[in-house]
Design a protein around this ligand. Structure first.
Ligand code: AN0
Ligand code: CP
Length: 313
């Protein structure tokens, strides 16, 4: 693996999953692999899980890690080529990415959607500029449109907890007070559609995701119908794609409650975290859910990806 920006960078999905499970069994089994190598993590947005799990994953592989928060600890970066930098930005990504590459063997970057300019976000302008000017492999720590480390984790967690072959998996929109990116939902669809499951997407009208991610996937606006006999319920808020970045609804009837979960086949609730309690899902649902084992799996997903990059597979 060279970069890890989406599922398209994965040559063999089954092999990557097996690697993640093998590392979960024996986290230090490849401790010699990363000796003398450094991972550099760049955060343009907040993070708890990605920051900590990716660091710990690198340590388990014997790597050193350096972390930087852009916009707080670093200079304000410019991403537009040819811009006259007499405003707020101090350093261009051309130099920044190249310089970071002098200090690291693998780079990671988190860069959320701005949710103002659909084309800029869906062309992944910030991520791709960073990749273009980096001289080392790059992993996405959540980009404008995708969150592949999360999705690999999600598939691991479903595989470990599935009670039947071809489980019914529901990705449901849920309310949230802030406008959030579509990245987790897009990425979940992209990975789950390459896994053996019956995948259903449910959201209120106006929350249609980009066609490139929903092609061939069943969609319903009736959440209760979608939840019927579900084995896994994956909730996530996202802002509108068509009315880009807008909040069109805060409808509390989409909150996942115990009553909603009773429609399922003793289904397990999942969420990438952080979750707003009693907005996205009720306390009772979260407390009975897979969210903590899911977060634990972030460690082994990151470790598997780093190992494959270190092994140049
Ligand atoms: C982010 C999002 O929705 O993309 C990160 C999720 C991992 N969530 C929030 O900003 C609350
Ligand atoms: N799920 C996830 O990526 O969490 P963080 O935003 O805390 O990293």
């Amino acid at each position: 693996m060279k970069n890890f920006l989406s599922i398209e960078d994965v040559a063999d999905f089954g092999k990557l999953l097996n690697e993640a499970f093998a590392l979960k069994e024996a986290p230090l089994s490849k401790h010699a692999l990363g000796r003398g190598k450094t991972l550099g993590l760049i955060f343009m947005n907040p993070s708890l899980r990605t920051r900590l799990s990716t660091q710990r994953a690198a340590y388990n592989l014997g790597m050193d890690v350096i972390v930087m928060n852009i916009n707080q600890d670093s200079w304000q970066l410019e991403f537009t080529d040819g811009s006259v930098m007499d405003g707020g930005t101090t350093e261009h990504v051309r130099e920044a990415a190249a310089v970071i590459s002098q200090y690291c063997d693998i780079g990671g970057i988190r860069t959320f959607a701005g949710l103002k300019d659909l084309n800029a976000d869906y062309q992944e302008q910030v991520l791709m500029k960073f990749v273009a000017h980096a001289q080392v492999p790059v992993i996405s720590l959540e980009s404008a449109t995708l969150h592949p480390l999360q999705s690999l984790t999600d598939i691991m967690t479903m595989r470990e907890n599935q009670k039947v072959p071809n489980p019914k998996v529901v990705l449901t929109w849920a309310p949230h007070p802030k406008a959030l990116p579509q990245a987790v939902a897009n990425s979940f669809l992209q990975w789950a559609s390459q896994w053996e499951c019956e995948l259903i997407l449910t959201h209120p009208k106006g929350y249609e995701l980009a066609e490139e991610f929903t092609e061939g996937i069943s969609v319903t606006h009736d959440q209760d119908q979608a939840l019927e006999a579900a084995d896994f319920v994956y909730a996530k808020n996202w802002s509108s794609y068509q009315q880009y970045g807008q909040i069109l609804s805060k409808d509390k009837s989409w909150t996942i409650t115990e009553q909603k979960m009773s429609l399922t086949n003793q289904g397990r609730f999942m969420h990438c975290l952080p979750i707003r309690r009693n907005v996205v899902a009720s306390d009772g649902v979260i407390d009975q859910s897979l969210v903590i084992p899911q977060a634990k799996n972030r460690l082994f997903a990151a470790q598997a990806v780093l190992a494959q990059i270190l092994e140049h597979e």
